[in-house]
Design a protein around this ligand. Structure first.
Ligand code: ADP
Length: 164
């Protein structure tokens, strides 16, 4: 099942939230900053042991002070005009996050709109990739509860239009 929510992903009360991190995994602005702030300083300590993360890949940590038990950190593509593999990398982010969630036996996962903030990926294209990739995965690998957390009204509108 796919759900759309409007608001702050750090408030999610399910199994795992996804962080749109950068390659260092050592924190940043946007949703990354909000997640580190809400999870507390132990998150950074665990992230320091992970050795960073490549774009399109994902790594999991505990959720610490969050209600969610885990955080999956993924690194989205920086938009450079669309001819640098950005779409494939974004698709890979969603696939890898779902794969990790399944490996850990998790049943509910919340995604932010990866790469559509500081990384500049066009929101409508990103939403289509996110939804198509998740739908394909659920069909192939079995149902999970997937929540798209939209933090800005424009993204919320785009997801609503694509999913209803
Ligand atoms: P990126 O570098 O991947 O673009 P950003 O954090 O800049 O990451 O933005 C990704 C998306 O996360 C944007 O759509 C932004 O509106 C959203 N966002 C920012 N803060 C939050 C939050 N607390 N909860 C959910 N989404 C958020």
């Amino acid at each position: 099942m796919i759900h759309i929510l409007y608001g702050d992903i750090t408030k999610f009360e399910g199994d795992v939230i996804v962080n749109a991190a950068n390659r260092s995994l050592l924190g940043g602005g946007g949703v990354d900053g909000a997640i580190h702030y809400a999870a507390g300083p132990q998150l950074l300590e665990e992230c320091k042991t992970l050795g960073g993360c490549d774009p399109g890949d994902a790594k999991i940590t505990k959720g610490y002070n969050l209600k969610a038990k885990y955080i999956i950190h993924t690194v989205g593509p920086i938009w450079r005009g669309g001819k640098s593999g950005e779409e494939d990398i974004l698709e890979s982010c969603y696939r890898r996050c779902l794969e990790l969630a399944r490996q850990y036996g998790l049943q509910s996962i919340a995604f932010p709109n990866i790469s559509t903030g500081a990384y500049g990926f066009p929101q409508d294209k990103a939403a289509k990739i996110a939804i198509d990739t998740v739908k394909k995965d659920l069909q192939k690998n079995g149902e999970l509860e997937v929540y798209f957390y939209c933090f800005d009204p424009n993204n919320y509108q785009i997801y609503s239009d694509l999913l209803t």
